[in-house]
Write a protein that binds this ligand. Structure first.
Ligand SMILES: *[C@@H]1O[C@H](CO)[C@@H](O)[C@H](O)[C@H]1NC(C)=O
Ligand SMILES: *[C@@H]1O[C@H](CO)[C@@H](O)[C@H](O)[C@H]1NC(C)=O
Ligand SMILES: *[C@@H]1O[C@H](CO)[C@@H](O)[C@H](O)[C@H]1NC(C)=O
Length: 304
C-alpha cells in the first residue's frame, strides 16, 4: 500500500517534477515531552483557491519498515493503511490545507514516536521534506525511602521513571560524591520508560541530609531529592501526625468561632425587639472578634 502510493504520486506528476512545486519544512526538529501533543508542519504552494480533488497529502515514518501515518489521496482520507502505532492519535488539520499548510497533529506522544517523518505532497507537482521528532521524559517525581538497618547504618532509596537513561549521583551535605557506594538498577517501566532505582547504604549520624540527583545527560537535565535522616525510621510519620493534629486544632478553632458567631447573631436577632438594629449588629461583631481571639490563643497554647 505504501510503495504504490509514493510511486503513484511521483509518476503521475513526473513531468512537473522541476522547480515549480516545492514542499518546505519550516521547522526540521521538534522536541516534545512524553504524553504531550505535537503538531508538525510542511508547507506547499497554493495559488488561489485550493482544488481539494487534486490534492494528495501523506505523512510516513521512516523506521526500519516504513510506517504510514496519514494519507489523503485526491481529497479523500484513507485510514485503512495507517500503521497501528498511530491509531486514534493522528489528525491532519484540514482547514489549514487551504493556506498551503500540511499540519500533522500527534496526540499523547509515545517514546516510540521519536524518529524521522516524511511529508509528501502532490498538488500539480510533487515534493517531500523530512522532519525529526525527539521525545523526552524528564525524571520529574522521585520517590524516596529511608530505612534504618541498625548500627547507625541506613539504606536510602530513590526511584523515578523517565527517558533516556539517567545516572544517579549521591551527595551528602558537604557535597561529597558518594555515588561509588550506591547501586543503581534499570528496569523497563511503563511504555518504554526507564524505571531507575538507586540504593545507598551508608553509616550516618542523626539529622543528616543526603541528596540523590537524577542526571539525564542527553537532555542536560538534573532533578534531585533530599533524604533526611531522623532519629527513627518512623519519625517521618510522627512529623506527619503532628502536622495532622495541628491542622485539626486549627480547623476546630475556625469551626468553633463560626459557630459562636452564628450563635451571637441569633442572640442579637432574638433581642432585636429591645435594641436598635445598628447596635445589635455591632455587638455581634464585637463578641465574635473576642471569641475568635480566645479560641486562637487556646489553640496556639495547646500547640506549643
Ligand atoms: C492534546 O490534544 C487533545 C485533543 O486535541 C486534548 O484533549 C488534550 O488536552 C491535549 N493534551 C495536551 C497535553 O495538550
Ligand atoms: C550492590 O551490588 C553489588 C554487586 O551486585 C553487591 O555486591 C552489593 O552487595 C550491592 N550493594 C547493595 C547496597 O545492595
Ligand atoms: C547535573 O549533575 C551533574 C552531576 O552532579 C553535573 O556534572 C552536571 O553539570 C549537572 N548538569 C546540569 C545541567 O545541571
Amino acid at each position: 500500500m505504501e510503495k504504490p502510493l509514493l510511486l503513484y504520486i511521483f509518476l503521475f506528476y513526473w513531468h512537473f517534477l522541476n522547480a515549480l512545486f516545492t514542499v518546505e519544512a519550516p521547522q526540521s526538529l521538534y522536541t516534545v515531552e512524553y504524553g504531550n501533543n505535537v503538531t508538525m508542519e510542511c508547507t506547499f504552494p497554493v495559488n488561489g483557491k485550493l482544488k481539494f480533488r487534486d490534492l494528495s497529502v501523506s505523512w510516513e515514518k521512516k523506521d526500519d519498515l516504513k510506517k504510514q501515518v496519514y494519507v489523503l489521496l485526491k481529497g479523500e482520507e484513507d485510514f485503512k493503511s495507517q500503521h497501528s502505532d498511530f491509531k486514534g492519535r493522528i489528525k491532519l488539520l484540514k482547514e489549514k490545507l487551504n493556506l498551503g499548510q500540511s499540519l500533522l497533529q500527534i496526540t499523547n506522544v509515545k517514546l516510540r514516536d521519536a524518529g524521522f517523518y516524511r511529508c509528501l505532497i502532490g498538488y500539480g507537482g510533487a515534493d517531500y521534506k523530512t522532519v525529526n521528532l525527539k521525545v523526552k521524559a524528564p525524571y520529574r517525581t522521585i520517590s524516596q525511602g529511608v530505612v534504618s538497618i541498625g548500627d547507625n547504618t541506613w539504606k536510602l532509596t530513590c526511584q523515578s521513571e523517565g527517558y533516556p537513561r539517567a545516572e544517579v549521583i549521591w551527595r551528602n551535605r558537604e557535597y561529597e560524591d558518594l555515588t561509588d557506594k550506591a547501586n543503581t538498577s534499570y528496569e523497563t517501566g511503563s511504555d518504554q520508560l526507564y524505571r531507575v532505582t538507586s540504593t545507598l547504604t551508608i553509616k550516618s549520624r542523626i539529622d543528616e541530609n543526603f541528596y540523590c540527583i537524577f542526571w539525564n545527560k542527553e537532555l542536560q537535565e538534573n532533578t534531585s531529592a533530599i533524604l533526611h535522616i531522623a532519629d527513627s525510621a518512623d519519625s517521618v510519620h510522627r512529623t506527619e501526625s503532628r502536622r495532622f493534629v495541628r491542622a485539626v486544632l486549627v480547623m476546630t478553632a475556625i469551626f468553633g468561632s463560626v459557630l459562636l458567631f452564628m450563635l451571637c447573631i441569633r442572640k442579637a436577632r432574638a433581642s432585636k425587639d429591645h435594641r436598635t438594629p445598628v447596635a445589635s449588629s455591632s455587638i455581634a461583631r464585637l463578641s465574635k472578634d473576642k471569641d475568635t481571639y480566645g479560641y486562637r490563643d487556646a489553640a496556639l497554647k495547646r500547640m506549643n
